[in-house]
Design a protein around this ligand. Sequence first.
Ligand SMILES: Cc1cc2nc3c(=O)[nH]c(=O)nc-3n(C[C@H](O)[C@H](O)[C@H](O)COP(=O)(O)OP(=O)(O)OC[C@H]3O[C@@H](n4cnc5c(N)ncnc54)[C@H](O)[C@@H]3O)c2cc1C
Length: 331
Amino acid sequence: MNFPSAENFRSLLADLAESGVGPIRFDEPLANHCSWRIGGPADALVEPCDAAHVAEVVRLARKHAIPLLVIGQGTNLLYDDAGLRGVVLKIGARLSRVEIAGNGITAGAGIWVPHLARLAARAGLSGLEHTIGIPGTLGGLLAMNGGSFRRAVGDNLLRVWTINRAGEQEVLTREQCGFGYRRSALQNSGAIVVRSELELAPGDPRQMRKDMLADLRERRRKFPRKREPNCGSVFLSTAEMHATVGPPGRIIEEAGLKGTRIGGAEISCRHANFIINRGGATCRDVLSLIDLVRRTVRERIGFEMRCEVRYVKPNGEITPADRGADALSPG
Ligand SMILES: Cc1cc2nc3c(=O)[nH]c(=O)nc-3n(C[C@H](O)[C@H](O)[C@H](O)COP(=O)(O)OP(=O)(O)OC[C@H]3O[C@@H](n4cnc5c(N)ncnc54)[C@H](O)[C@@H]3O)c2cc1C
């Protein structure tokens, strides 16, 4: 996608202001919307409070040919140092209403996932315990089909209410979401999740609480500390990879890269599949480190490491971060 003209952008802002979709923040530092604390300014950021506002922002961005980037809490995103020439649509706490009926939970896409997992367990509904340690929104989790312990949120999805890129509402079934390992058709179609219905099973609240506390303890033991900004696992860790070459953390550690630093970005000494921001890390530092890992592993064992983390170009295109890293390498 090309960069928008200043005139198109001015017309969009005028329309957005008139439509009352909510406060618009200008030159908003994307580092404030990303767990890595990295990223330059976005031209504008809007945080809608209902599906109608989401649809309106989509329609207006399309009308004026302005790139639109949809984000949750930015816990799986690496923004460019140049930021974004377009509008960020943040689906967050303002879209987080929850209803529980029978074995079903219907929740707004902006709900904080660990909070949802706790609500479900308290209501005696099992199926989301594996998400207790995943810091992000339900919309982001569905787009990524995230989860842990070889589980994924898509396993429990019944249907999802979305706004498509024409600004129309569409209800999709689990099959239509095309879930795979840490991917979904939502990523490619650009459908924006506004609400979803999950089907859970009856469970014992005390046992679920015990399991979730054990998971959180294990994460605290293995993962970088809270004060070390990171984006979770950088590289994909598929079952096939485990069976052939092993988990990414071990591969990186065996390649002798634990603790390697470029600029302010460092491969965590606690878990080598995490890159932490030691202070002042740039997007370029992180991409260079990803490139270094991929080249070293390729030379050592001939394996192509792929990224779970997604890189956002200044024109709003999102790609797996390994593609962003490839673009740095002359060869
Ligand atoms: C410490 C730590 C631990 C983590 N552990 C795990 C883990 O165990 N398992 C796991 O799977 N992930 C894990 N992650 C990664 C991350 O938390 C998840 O991918 C999370 O689900 C992303 O949610 P988000 O709201 O931050 O999405 P973002 O990072 O904001 O966005 C991720 C993708 O989803 C899209 N998106 C966001 N919201 C919507 C929406 N409403 N509709 C459509 N598309 C949308 C974005 O465009 C983007 O492509 C971890 C991250 C951290 C920092």
